[in-house]
Design a protein around this ligand. Structure first.
Ligand SMILES: NC(=O)c1ccc[n+]([C@@H]2O[C@H](COP(=O)([O-])OP(=O)(O)OC[C@H]3O[C@@H](n4cnc5c(N)ncnc54)[C@H](O)[C@@H]3O)[C@@H](O)[C@H]2O)c1
Length: 308
């Protein structure tokens, strides 16, 4: 019998790429998404889709009836600044929603729960951060993701739930929302295509670890069979400034647009990039796509989709 999986947030940017890959591998896939930031256009036509909020009471019976082998939990509110403005709202989706799913997962006796956490917002200022660095989140979004990681650990102790946590760096690629606050690559692609002036916060000096979405998808696939009970950074181990990133995209666009510069916004760390040695050793995962290749592919996609 084919393995059955649930992907929450499967109509979103990363979740939809994961669904495509799972389906190509033969998994029978159910997407649970409330379409708050995701879109129907992203949904693979071979997936089943249920329009539902992860906080909904009906989640428990839905999970029980579908009886998945694996749950990939990616549904979340992902906006750091919104989490600072309204921490209760962030907590409600990102903690209560996750708990609702965790409760359902442990009653359904699944094989594993794979959780999308954050490497960018959990450590605070962090250079070459390994998973052993004590987290020091600077935003409610980061606090919520860390809290969920603790719940997973405790659920595995109480109920024997198997889990893997993947702490993503700054993920970029086709289908990312260019109107959100989180995806600077998508925002710059759209602005360059539309001839608008990008704003480089932190005067473009902020450092991040940019990882291409297809590589993040493969980390999720490897986590099906490996990495039980562990946490992994999923990045490139490379530090890239926003200025460097913008310059690559600007040259790809062949447009002579000068950006504006502004102060760092609250809740944002100045420098964070990830050590990914544990993922290499235990998940047997390493990123395959260079920043130049990934940005070229992404810019091309936005161009073909008119800045989406
Ligand atoms: N994009 C990044 O750089 C990045 C970095 C670290 C971690 N992550 C994590 O990866 C996951 C996916 O992020 P993304 O960039 O694809 O964002 P996204 O906004 O494109 O995807 C999130 C999806 O979850 C859905 N959703 C939101 N709230 C929901 C709710 N209450 N009930 C049901 N569905 C809901 C949205 O409609 C959307 O389809 C998130 O958990 C995010 O925190 C992303």
């Amino acid at each position: 019998m084919r393995n059955r999986v649930i992907v929450t947030g499967g109509a979103g940017f990363i979740g939809s790429h994961l669904v495509d890959r799972l389906i190509s591998l033969g998994y029978k896939t159910l997407i649970i998404d409330n379409l708050s930031t995701g879109s129907k256009e992203n949904i693979n036509e071979r997936a089943e889709f249920i329009h539902k909020d992860i906080r909904d009471e009906g989640i428990e019976s839905l999970v029980r009836d579908y009886a998945p082998d694996y749950i990939f939990h990616l549904a979340a509110q992902i906006d750091v600044r919104k989490s600072l403005k309204d921490p209760l709202w962030d907590e409600d989706i990102n903690i209560r929603g996750t708990l609702n799913l965790l409760k359902s997962a442990s009653n359904a006796e699944i094989k594993k729960f794979i959780f999308a956490s954050t490497g960018g917002a959990i450590y605070g200022e962090a250079i070459n951060a390994s998973e052993d660095v004590s987290p020091l989140p600077l935003s409610p979004y980061g606090i919520a993701k860390l809290t969920c990681e603790h719940y997973l650990r405790v659920y595995s102790q109480w109920n024997g739930l198997h889990f893997t946590v993947l702490r993503y760096g700054n993920v970029y690629g086709p289908r990312q929302d260019p109107f959100g606050e989180a995806g600077v690559v998508a925002i710059f692609c759209r602005q360059l295509i539309k001839g608008e002036t990008p704003v480089l916060y932190g005067y473009g000096k902020m450092i991040r670890d940019y990882v291409f979405v297809a590589d993040v998808v493969e980390a999720n696939i490897n986590a099906i069979k490996r990495g039980d009970g562990s946490i992994y950074n999923i990045g490139t181990g490379k530090a890239t400034s926003v200025n460097e990133l913008f310059n690559i995209l600007k040259s790809l666009s062949k447009r002579n647009i000068e950006p504006e510069y502004a102060e760092t916004r609250e809740g944002e760390v100045q420098e964070v990039w990830l050590n990914t040695q544990r993922a290499l050793q235990e998940l047997q995962w390493e990123p395959q796509c260079s920043l130049e290749e990934g940005l070229k592919h992404t810019y091309q996609w936005f161009k073909e989709n008119n800045g989406r």
